[in-house]
Design a protein around this ligand. Structure first.
Ligand SMILES: [Zn+2]
Length: 119
């Protein structure tokens, strides 16, 4: 979710470029293409950071049965953070809030940085 909000903010950053070019050159197709080329040259790097940065944690959510205690509820799974990449895990494990806190504390003890609250 953090990555999505970051991405929406990044789209807003392209607004001044589009506005400047359109204001200076008009709103025709050529100025719009120029604005998008300028934006692409800048935002290629910003987008690359957003989608590959390990500064952003990736959590996956679903409803179902906890893989640790079996409780039927909302479930969490940490898929990606710095030094931890379980995005392509064959059998992903999802945990309830309680078990997720236990799991993230285990990860913290192993030296993996997990934000959010601890138990
Ligand atoms: Zn559980």
């Amino acid at each position: 979710m953090n990555r999505f909000i970051l991405y929406l903010l990044r789209w807003q950053l392209s607004t001044p470029i589009l506005w400047l070019v359109v204001r200076q050159l008009g709103a025709g197709i050529i100025p719009t293409i120029i604005a998008n080329v300028v934006g692409g040259c800048i935002f290629f790097w910003v987008d690359k950071f957003i989608f590959t940065s390990k500064a952003v944690e990736l959590w996956q959510l679903k409803k179902g049965k906890c893989d640790r205690c079996g409780k039927l509820t909302d479930l969490w799974r940490l898929a990606l953070t710095e030094g931890y990449d379980k995005r392509s895990e064959k059998y992903p494990k999802y945990y309830c809030m309680e078990c997720s806190l236990t799991k993230t504390n285990e990860l913290r003890r192993k030296g993996i940085k997990v934000r959010g609250k601890s138990k």
